[in-house]
Structures are given as C-alpha cells and as structure tokens.
Design a protein around this ligand. Structure first.
Ligand code: B12
Length: 232
C-alpha cells in the first residue's frame, strides 16, 4: 500500500526512529510502536525518555490535528491504542526505579470524561517514584471518589479532566469534601490539558500539575511537608 511496509525500524538511527514512531503513532500502528519502544530500550534509552520524546511527543501532534479537524475520533482512538501499547512495555520498567512506598494516591478521571491517557501516565510515573496508586478509571462521580478515599485512606487524591465541560466537576468533589469536613485530610492534586494553576487555586485544590513529572515532584514535596508537620 505505502512505502511504510518497507521500513525496517531497527535500521533507522535514533532520530529517524523517533520520527517514524511519531508517524506510526499518528497512524495508530500499535505493533510498530511496541517494536520501536523495544528497539530504543535495547539501545539504552531510559524508559522516561522514550515516554516523553516518542510517545507523548507523538500524541501532541495527534492532539493538534484533532483540534484542527484533520483527525477524527476513530483515528485518535487508534493513536491512543498504539500509545497504550508502548506504555504497557514501559510501565514495569518505570515502576522498577521506585523503592519502597512513599505514599498512597487515589486517582481518577472525573464524571463525564473518558480521557485516560494522561491519568494513566501520572499513575505510572507515581508508581515509578514509589507511590502506591489506586486507579479509579474514568467517569467518576463524587460518590466514587469519596468511597475510594474512605476505603483506601490515601495521602493524595488526584483528579483528571480533559474537557472544559468536565473540569468544573472537580470543584463539586472538593466542595463535597469540605461539606463533610474531610477536605484537609488529603492532598488534592488536579491535572489535564485545559486546566491551569489559577483554576486549581480557584477550586480549592492544593496544586495543579502540568505533567506527570511535575505531579511526582509536587506529590513528594507535599508528602515531605505532611511528615514534617506530623506530631512526633
Ligand atoms: C486522545 C484524545 C481523545 C481520545 C481519548 C482516548 C483515551 N483513552 O484517553 C478520544 C478519541 C476517546 C477522545 C474523545 C473526545 N474528545 Co478528546 N482528545 C484527545 C487528545 C487528542 C489527546 C489527549 C491525551 O491523551 N493527551 C496526552 C496526555 C499525555 O496528556 P494529558 O491528558 O494532558 O495529561 C498530562 C497532563 O495534563 C497531566 N495530567 C493529566 N491528568 C492529570 C491528573 C492529575 C491528578 C495530575 C496531577 C496531572 C494530570 O499529566 C499528564 C501526563 O503528563 C486531546 C488533545 C489535547 N491537546 O489534549 C483531545 C481533547 C481533550 N478532546 C477533545 C474533545 C472535544 C473530545 C470529544 C468531546 C470529541 C467528540 N466530539 O466526541 C470526546 C469526549 C469524550 C468524553 N466524554 O470524554 C477536546 C477538548 C476541547 C475542550 N475545550 O474541552 C481536545 C482538547 C481536542 C481539541 N482540541 O478539540 N479524545
């Protein structure tokens, strides 16, 4: 059909391979993405570098073309599926770098929202950094969050939203926690492409994190602060 079939990924140099992986992600080619990830690992690339440069980099291009009406939902779903294939290989490797459990997080995408790639990435990176993560998946109503935090007693509650129509729901969750007098028992972190720091502050979250790496750093900072404040 196209020249694509003739390309041998292993013959490409690193830069060409990453470029090709971005194209393959765009075309939703899961097997090629998995192969590319494995080749980069064999070449000694750090899992985190593969994740950010090849996979997240590729998804950024998909996002721009989706926004501009060049790609549509079915194609984006295929790209997301390819990305998940790559992430599945990297997940155990990222987790390996973590030592003992340094804290516990409950995380989920809010009600009405089914985007989960960013949330999954945050989960993976948090696990990699040594946190225990309870992932509630997508489309979580306030009851689901409350039930999970009551049961799991995490240090951190994380909420994700990718739609401007679903992000206000985070405030519903935080306000309900306030009403029940449990808001300050948890560190609340929020994230997702349409959010910003101001929004995080306005809804009463402890912090907005622009990406998974910032989420890990922020979580560690808050956990350290919590431990310093804890009665001896
Ligand atoms: C992939 C995708 C989809 C896939 C989702 C597949 C999946 N399993 O997730 C599918 C095709 C299903 C989809 C559907 C829709 N989508 Co969509 N989608 C995207 C796209 C292209 C990429 C999102 C993504 O995965 N990014 C990659 C990840 C790694 O980035 P991230 O999610 O931002 O996460 C990072 C940070 O934000 C942060 N983070 C995220 N969550 C959290 C949580 C915590 C606690 C913390 C600390 C940090 C954090 O860390 C992450 C890692 O670094 C975006 C475009 C974009 N620019 O975001 C549109 C986008 C979000 N979608 C959009 C739309 C409109 C829709 C639909 C309504 C389309 C439709 N007409 O049906 C539906 C909505 C369905 C629903 N009810 O949720 C719009 C939203 C516009 C708006 N103003 O709200 C966007 C912005 C595209 C656009 N420009 O038009 N979509």
């Amino acid at each position: 059909m196209s020249d694509e079939e003739d390309i041998i990924l292993a013959d490409l140099d690193d830069e060409e391979l990453v470029q090709q992986m971005m194209d393959d992600l765009y075309d939703g080619m899961r097997e090629e993405i998995e192969e590319g990830v494995n080749i980069l690992l064999e070449r000694g690339w750090e899992p985190y570098r593969i994740l950010t440069e090849a996979l997240v980099g590729g998804m950024t291009i998909v996002g721009a073309d989706f926004r501009d009406g060049i790609l549509f939902v079915p194609e984006v779903l295929l790209a997301a599926n390819a990305m998940k294939g790559g992430m599945a290989i990297l997940k155990p490797l990222l987790a390996e770098t973590g030592a003992r459990t340094i804290g516990k997080m409950v995380i989920g995408t809010v009600k009405g929202d089914i985007h989960d790639i960013g949330k999954n990435l945050v989960s993976m990176m948090m696990e990699g950094a040594g946190f225990e993560v309870i992932d509630l998946g997508i489309n979580n109503a306030v009851e689901a969050y409350l039930e999970a935090i009551a049961k799991e007693q995490p240090d951190i509650l994380g909420m994700s939203a990718l739609l401007t129509t679903t992000m206000p729901y985070m405030k519903v969750v935080i306000d309900t926690m306030k009403d029940q007098g449990i808001r300050d028992d948890y560190i609340v972190l929020v994230g997702g492409a349409p959010l910003n720091e101001e929004f995080g502050r306005a809804i009463g979250a402890d912090a907005y994190c622009r990406d998974a790496a910032v989420a890990v750093e922020t979580a560690k900072t808050f956990i350290a602060r919590k431990h310093n404040q804890a009665p001896a």
